[in-house]
Design a protein around this ligand. Sequence first.
Ligand SMILES: [Zn+2]
Length: 339
Amino acid sequence: MPPLPPLRALSTTLLAGVLALTPVATACGTADSPAGRTTPSDRRVLAITVDGLNPRALTRLGEQGAPTLHRLLAEGASTTNARTERERTMTLPNHTGMVTGRRIAATRRGHGVAWNSHRPGTTVQHAAGHEVASIFSVVDAAGGESAVFTGKEKFSLFPRSWPTAVDRFRLDEDPLALVRAARRDLVHHDRAFTLLHLATPDVVGHDHGFMSSRYLAAVARTDRLLAKVVRAVERDAELGEELVVLLTSDHGGQGTGHSDPTSRANYRVPFLAWGAGIAPADLYDLNPDYRDPGRRRTSYAGPQPVRNGDVANLAARLLDLEPVPGSRFGRATPLDVVR
Ligand SMILES: [Zn+2]
């Protein structure tokens, strides 16, 4: 499997050497690597999750109704046939999978976060019964910074679980305010990893039905928020050169819920990488060691589908960091997003 090409002049071999000697990481400055970089790589990753994005909404809305999502899928390395965690199609279990690269069942080396509510005082480590690393802790160990922007209070699980590694946590139920805050943070800070969670489609889906006209309108509104992020990336030369956007969802939805993990409407999600150095491609074409599951619900045995849980190790790899310790997804067979 080809390694990711380095973004600038530094070779991945040199970066690996620098990683092994983290105390001298700041000494890796070259003519085109500005001082004060917080990770050995110049790359940065923004993981966007659209809560409850049933890929059928993209078909129904078409390019006119969801131009940004269609554009990111077309310009990026993408699929609309990725999978959630097998065990549960709920928000917190799936987002915890995305940041840890683990399945859910704690008895099977999963992260153990099977609940989907705000539980103050709990941590992922408590759920698992042992230490659990995340993309936040891996970035932190390399001297980088992370931020979380979310529309749901239960995401406070992440700064509680990795308190020194999540450098900024912003909760705002107003999606426009949230996106503006995230956009400012992207432009003015040099975080290696940012998680932006957009909750509206899920909230409207529960109230009015997933795939209802009001749900589709909520996806269209979310598309316009995504356009603001994309414009900010395009207007900022540094972000344009450095940022890779990953976009996926925690689950789909049908009727007024998404709790049945055996339903395709719930377990099928989009997954894409777009931005610096990423060319248009189908993720299953790029990754012959992954398997397009067709319409099937998947297990954790044998060749894997692209999963939302691939976010953690794909982000780590894009940042030239080691895989997340204890993780599973995209570890033995890393997910390639470039040829
Ligand atoms: Zn929901």
